[in-house]
Design a protein around this ligand. Structure first.
Ligand code: HEM
Length: 113
């Protein structure tokens, strides 16, 4: 698999993750299909992320990468839980989630540490 293929999957999965988390956190409904799209997108982001690490020979101890993996973990764990069990937190968590996604994009584009 080429690095472009992994990057294509990574960004496509990011679109899937952001659109499904928006639906899950901005509507009252707890849509099963959307939960599945979120879960599979999150998994594809992780696999394609490690694919890029391997292909580009990126140092696993890079601060920017650790930050991105931590953000991914927070989103992947919190969104299914909040959308199912804490619906009163959905609005606030949508703002937090979007800020975390933007922070992850900032970390990978600028690699500040
Ligand atoms: C919500 C979390 C994430 C977001 C928003 C995100 C976003 C992005 C974006 C937009 C790019 C393309 C950057 C570019 O081409 O300049 C990228 C590249 C990359 N991502 Fe992610 N990503 C996330 C999670 C992850 C995870 C969990 C991993 C590792 C397991 C990862 C590893 C990478 C790597 C290695 C690259 C290539 C960096 C480079 O070309 O120098 N990402 N990510």
């Amino acid at each position: 698999m080429s690095v472009s293929f992994y990057l294509f999957i990574h960004i496509t999965a990011l679109v899937g993750m952001v659109s499904s988390l928006s639906y899950l956190l901005l509507t009252e409904k707890n849509n099963k299909k959307c939960q599945m799209i979120f879960g599979s997108s999150a998994l594809l982001m992780l696999i394609s992320g490690f694919g890029q690490i391997a292909k580009l020979g990126i140092n696993m101890h890079s601060g920017w990468l650790a930050g991105k993996i931590l953000i991914w973990l927070i989103l992947a764990a919190s969104i299914p839980m909040i959308s199912k069990r804490f619906p009163h937190l959905k609005g606030k968590w949508f703002n937090m989630s979007l800020s975390l996604v933007i922070l992850a994009v900032f970390l990978v584009v600028y690699k500040p540490f």
